[in-house]
Structures are given as C-alpha cells and as structure tokens.
Design a protein around this ligand. Structure first.
Ligand code: ADP
Ligand code: MG
Length: 323
C-alpha cells in the first residue's frame, strides 16, 4: 500500500509546485474564499496551505489519506460527470507517502478540529485540536524518504519560480478567491478577492497589461467562452503567458492553444505567443479530464466544435479592434 502510494507519487508529485497545485485545488474544491500558502526553502523544507473552506470531520480526515478512499469515480460514466478539480483521491495519500504531512481541519459546525500526522505514508498521530474552520495541510521534508528524487530538486530560486508560476495561474483562474504567498517568512504577494477578473489580471500580470485588455465572451449551447487578451505588444516568445481553464481547471492543451493561435493569425510576429486568460466551460459530460496524471491535458468529445468556437471568437474580438 505504502509502496503503491510512493509509485503514484512519482506521477502526481514531480516537485514542490506540483504538491502546491494539488493542495490548492483541494482548497478550491472545498469552496474556500481565502488561501494562504507558506513555503520554506523553495518548498524543500515546507509547503503549507491554509484555507477557510468546508473542512473535514475526523472520519473524513482519516479517510482522505487513504488511496482512492475518496475517489468520486464509481462507474465509467462518472468519469464524464466530474465537476470538482480533484476526483481520483490519490493526491494526498501520494504526497503523504513521500513527506511528513500534517493535516489540521475543522468543519464549521464541529466544536473541535482534528489533527493527523503522517510520516512516509504511515499515520503516526491523531488528536483533537482547537482550530479555525477550514483546513491546513503542511508538507515538510518532501522526498525525505526518496533520496533519488530529493537529489533532483533544483535550487531554491528555481523551485520558488515554479511555485510562484503555479500560484499565479491558479489565482488568474479563481479571481474571487483571495490568495497569499509567503516564502521564508516574507510576504511575496497578497491578492484580494476580485469581483472583476480584470482586477486580478492587473494584480498578477502587472498593471501595465491591464488597461489594454480585450475582453470577449460567447455563449453557445455546448460551450461558453470568456476571456481577456492582452494587446499583441505584450506577446512573448514562450507559451507561458497563456492561461487556459477548462471548467476551472488549468490545462496545457494543444487543441485549445492551437485554436487561440488560429484566432490571432496574421497579428503576431513569428515565434510569438499572446498573453491571454481564457475560460472555457462545457458540460462535464463533454470533456474527459482523466487523460493525464497531473490532469494537465483534457479531451473534448467534440473537439472540432470547441476549436471552431474559440478561434472564431478570438478572431472576431481582434477584428473588432480594427474597426
Ligand atoms: P481528490 O482531490 O482527487 O478527491 P485528494 O487526495 O486530493 O483527492 O483529496 C482527498 C479528499 O480529501 C478530497 O476529496 C476531499 O474530500 C478531502 N480534502 C482534501 N483537502 C481538503 C481541503 N483543503 N478541504 C476540505 N477537504 C479536503
Ligand atoms: Mg485533489
């Protein structure tokens, strides 16, 4: 069991930022409105995520560290009706098998919270504890028991860069949630909840990008598209300024990227990619998110329709600028 978890960890947990992504996704699934992340030494010694979400009772707190115990998939059809970011119930058990994990959680209506400590996949302590409503998970000494993996962690600066990128992307996707990032006791950023996604974009990508944002939205029966495109002069030589969310999930998807580029055709210099934040919503039965262990790729039932809808919407909104 512990070995299986360690193997799964190899796929889900690549580096500190992948731990962070899984923890923040769980906080978002728990309907948190505020997520505070505390990191030490680029995530090597600590990655801690505290939220004000639904929290768990004692039984759930123990169960969530067991592989697949919390899977929401019972039948093949369930794979096509996923409305949460998580669904396999393997992230926490995997992370817990390669670190020292502490979980403190309380449901609002419970008088006391629960603390569970796991070390290298074994629960070593369970106790009652006073705690605010919500959940705090801290992951210390990542890969302490997998020396080969630990050796491959990069410098603090590099790992911290990945962590900041991950936080930025998630913050762009969830503007109504407040995010804070602290590294070695220094506050790197604190982004308040934003009613308007444009305010969050200004906070995350910089105030200079914000004024020229081109907003677009389109509602079709099978797909709704919303987004903000930065003016072409903010284009970059990498795809790192492309933030694409499918049903709230950050993806790196070829089809969606291609459609976006198609919409820009003739407007970008060769080798340049736009800065854009795009939200696609399709009915859960129209997209398979279980394609990739880190859930970064998706497969649409009707990819051609999604492609056409996105590329034409982007093109129309850019064309409108020329009028
Ligand atoms: P998944 O997200 O695929 O369900 P995880 O291993 O990431 O699997 O999480 C397991 C379960 O633990 C979740 O389904 C959820 O019920 C619970 N959980 C994890 N993190 C939180 C949190 N921050 N707040 C409330 N519940 C949580
Ligand atoms: Mg999860």
């Amino acid at each position: 069991e512990i070995l299986t978890n360690k193997i799964a960890a190899g796929e889900v947990v690549e580096r500190p930022s992948s731990v962070l992504k899984e923890l923040v996704e769980n906080s978002l699934d728990a309907k948190s409105t505020r997520i505070v992340v505390d990191v030490k030494k680029g995530g090597r010694s600590l990655i801690q995520v505290a939220d004000n979400g639904e929290g768990m009772d004692k039984d759930d707190a123990l169960l969530c560290l067991e592989r697949y115990a919390t899977s929401k998939i019972y039948t093949d059809d369930d794979l096509f009706s996923i409305s949460t970011l998580g669904f396999r119930g393997e992230a926490l058990p995997s992370i817990g098998s390669v670190s020292r994990l502490t979980l403190i959680t309380r449901k609002k209506d419970n008088p006391a919270g629960t603390k569970v400590v796991m070390q290298g996949g074994k629960i070593v302590n369970v106790s009652e504890i006073g705690a605010p409503p919500g959940t705090m998970i801290s992951v210390a000494d990542l890969f302490y028991n997998v020396p080969a993996r630990r050796k491959f962690l990069k410098t603090v600066a590099t790992e911290m860069g990945h962590i900041a990128d991950t936080m930025s992307a998630m913050a762009l996707g969830w503007p109504e949630t407040a995010f804070e990032l602290v590294h070695n006791d220094r506050k790197l950023f604190s982004w308040p909840a934003a009613q308007d996604p444009q305010d969050r974009i200004a906070d995350v990508l910089g105030k200079d990008v914000a004024p020229g944002l081109i907003r677009f939205s389109k509602k079709e029966p099978e797909v709704s598209i919303e987004g903000c495109l930065a003016m072409p002069e903010f284009s970059r030589t990498t795809k790192r300024g492309l933030y694409i969310f499918v049903n709230g999930r950050l993806v790196k998807d070829k089809l969606v990227t291609h459609a976006l580029m198609e919409g820009y055709k003739g407007r970008l210099m060769k080798g340049k990619y736009p800065v854009a934040v795009v939200f696609l919503r399709v009915p859960p039965d129209q997209v398979d998110v279980n394609v990739h262990p880190a859930k970064a790729e998706v497969r649409f039932v009707n990819g051609a329709m999604v492609h056409q809808a996105l590329s034409s919407t982007v093109k129309e909104s850019l064309d409108a600028l020329d009028q």
